[in-house]
Design a binder for this molecule. Sequence first.
Ligand SMILES: [Zn+2]
Length: 187
Amino acid sequence: METNILAVDRAYTPDRWIGLPDAMRLYGRGAVQASFGNIAAVLRGGVNARTGRKSILEVRSILVVDTQDFLVRDFSYAPLERVYLFRRDRNMCAYCGEVFKFQELTVEHIAPVAQGGGNTWENWVTACRHCNQKKGCRTPEQANMPLLYVPYRPSRFEWLILANRNVLGCQMEFLMARVPRHSRLHA
Ligand SMILES: [Zn+2]
């Protein structure tokens, strides 16, 4: 299993998920300013010739990285992908309200592409195949199929949760504290 470590910038703004090799490189560069959370991995290094002791590095689940390339500038960064959409909507069809498996879900354009609807978080909603076909190339009003929930663009903090299936408890706590109230993650 890949170790998912949360890298935050010097202002403690979450930047990205990194794996253990990246974490080790950052330690090597002296870029890890601090760390907190649970221990994500214990690395055993070589034997110190002088002391005869084995070096041990405990990698915690949240690393504070103090470098320019880990400085968060775009707080609304949240790339749109179907997998994140389904997680945002908790696999629930926006029209019938049923919960489906990932494979049974489709991306539904609220305003149809044919009517100028774009690929945005606000215009994408999760729908089952049946509802998607039934709605067709119409708006919810034209199809008389009202949305059961409101689509929204996740914040960067929420997106980081959507982008990782194995968020650890302490990382979740840290991220959720910064997720806006309107998010369905709070439901
Ligand atoms: Zn449905």
